[in-house]
Design a protein around this ligand. Structure first.
Ligand code: UN1
Length: 503
């Protein structure tokens, strides 16, 4: 096992280009795989500091939006070089702070890098449209304009890529930002802002405040914040939208919960179905927003599928995130252990037939961390059952039989969420059927329901998202499409036949 020890990172806010100790209370970030290890000690932002951060972003906004889009993109090119040089150290820090295994952490740094490269590339792409006018001498354009100050509030499970999905388009388009990373992963959030500083983003353009929900709430309540870009739970996303509802100049993009699923059709290739399902349910210990909490399997294939799935799930190597052999690491903290254990118990009470009894791992190799082993159960879909409708965010998965594709689509849709869907089939008609009938934002065929790429929009429907997708889709939220019409004639001629005679 690799022993990585480092002194705790001194946590600081970053306001107006300066790193500040902060006047508020301190909180610790700890390693979920070895809870005694403190990754860093961070200041909780005070109301005055949140105010200063918003002021800094407001003050920096006019000059930043006046810079050339290409200049802003060049800073992202520098950022890309820095990320490439620091990939390994960032991945190790991430593994220690959020407990994801090294391979996943590297993949996430690369996903963040891809967003930066995407943003750099889009800078030289068209930023609007030229349209015809009813009047020959008039040229009409649509031009994107930034919206102002964005509050970026992000989760611990993708502490590098998800912030970059938001920071990338926001900053490229000329907005300025106050960023609050999750209180579970402040160190990686701070490391990201340090890279933005080194890349040359000017003071005030990106500001960092640490802290828990109270700090996020202060940001959301501030009417000088024009955009709230959020990924996290439905409860918090709903609250953000509620608070924002009374504000005139406020747009929110909220990515929230899910109860995503894999549908294994009657004609599925079993090896592919099993691999896709294992990755969907247990990668990141089931802690992706797109993780599958349900695997819908055609009743004719359920026995053989369940046998192979459970056999593989039982053998998964769950251990130290820094050990290259580990498939997954721990869950994030004690509250997660409690929540997952609660749902494991609920599944039993609601009639689930337990096929693999997960739970806290307390042997010598695991007891210092928050390790949970996979919980797999078989259950008939019925109305009202909560365990197959509510998000668990852990290695907890239901195998649900179905007899027709129509039934599978109805079961899939029978949650309040609609984020990610995978269909395992060789039948092109079935693929199309599920694409048309199911509620989702990201759909996959013969793949897991995880693993989105940044140049696609990322966002769900129903309680999963408010219709403003992140990643490549975020440009629509962080810009306003303004119409711009120019008359090249010597006199005024109006559209719609409107007369211009003044006498
Ligand atoms: C998340 O789970 O919050 O699609 C984001 C994926 C990753 C992103 C997940 N690219 O699995």
């Amino acid at each position: 096992m690799t022993a990585v020890t480092a002194l705790p990172m001194p946590g600081k806010h970053y306001l107006r280009g300066r790193w500040l100790e902060g006047a508020g209370e301190r909180f610790e970030s700890r390693n979920p795989a070895r809870w005694s290890e403190v990754i860093g000690i961070f200041p909780q932002a005070t109301a005055a500091e949140v105010d200063q951060a918003v002021c800094a972003a407001r003050d920096a906004y006019p000059a930043w939006r006046r810079t050339s889009r290409i200049y802003r993109a060049e800073l992202f090119d520098r950022l890309a070089q820095l990320i490439k040089a620091e990939t390994e150290s960032l991945a190790v820090l991430m593994a220690r702070e959020c407990g994801k295994v090294l391979n996943e952490c590297r993949a996430e740094i690369i996903e963040g890098l891809h967003m930066v490269q995407y943003v750099f590339g889009t800078a030289r792409m068209p930023m609007g449209e030229v349209l015809a006018s009813e009047i020959a001498e008039k040229d009409a354009y649509v031009r994107r304009k930034p919206r102002g100050v964005a509050a970026v509030i992000t989760p611990w499970n993708f502490p590098f890529a998800v912030p970059l999905w938001m920071l990338g388009p926001s900053l490229l388009e000329g907005n300025t930002v106050v960023y609050k990373p999750s209180e579970d992963t402040p160190a990686i959030g701070q490391a990201l802002v340090a890279l933005l500083e080194r890349a040359g983003f000017p003071p005030g353009v990106i500001n960092l405040v640490h802290g828990a929900g109270e700090v996020g709430e202060l940001l959301v309540r501030d009417p000088r914040v024009n955009l709230v870009l959020f990924t996290g739970s439905y409860e918090v996303g709903a609250r953000i939208q509620q608070i924002s509802a009374g504000m005139v100049d406020r747009i929110c993009a909220c990515e929230m919960g899910s109860k995503s699923a894999v549908i294994v059709c009657a004609d599925a290739r079993l090896d592919l179905a099993v691999t896709a399902s294992i990755l969907s349910a247990f990668k990141t210990s089931g802690q992706r927003c797109v993780s599958a909490g349900r695997i819908l399997v055609h009743e004719k294939r359920l026995e053989e599928f369940a046998q192979r799935f459970v056999e593989l799930a039982r053998r998964l190597n769950i251990g130290d995130p820094l050990d290259e052999r580990s498939f997954t690491g721990p869950v994030i903290n004690e509250a997660a252990v409690r929540k997952i254990s609660y749902y494991n118990q609920l599944a039993r009470e609601e009639g689930g037939q337990v096929l693999l009894d997960g739970g806290r791992m307390l042997d010598e190799a695991h007891r210092d961390g928050w390790y949970m082993s996979p919980f797999v159960y078989r259950i008939q879909h019925r109305p009202q059952i909560r365990c197959i409708r509510e998000e668990v965010f852990g290695p907890h998965v239901a195998l649900i039989p179905f007899s027709t594709n129509e039934e599978a689509a109805a079961i899939y849709n029978d949650t309040d969420y609609g984020l990610s869907l995978a269909v395992i089939t060789e039948d092109y008609r079935a693929m199309r059927f599920f694409r048309e009938e199911c509620d989702f934002g990201m759909g996959y065929v013969n793949l897991p329901c995880i693993g989105a790429e940044v140049h696609l929009p990322f966002g769900g429907v129903k309680k999963s998202g408010n219709g403003r997708p992140s990643a490549a889709g975020l440009i629509e939220t962080v810009t306003h499409r303004a119409a711009w019409t120019v008359n090249h004639g010597w006199e005024i001629r109006m559209a719609q036949g409107l007369k211009t005679d003044l006498d």
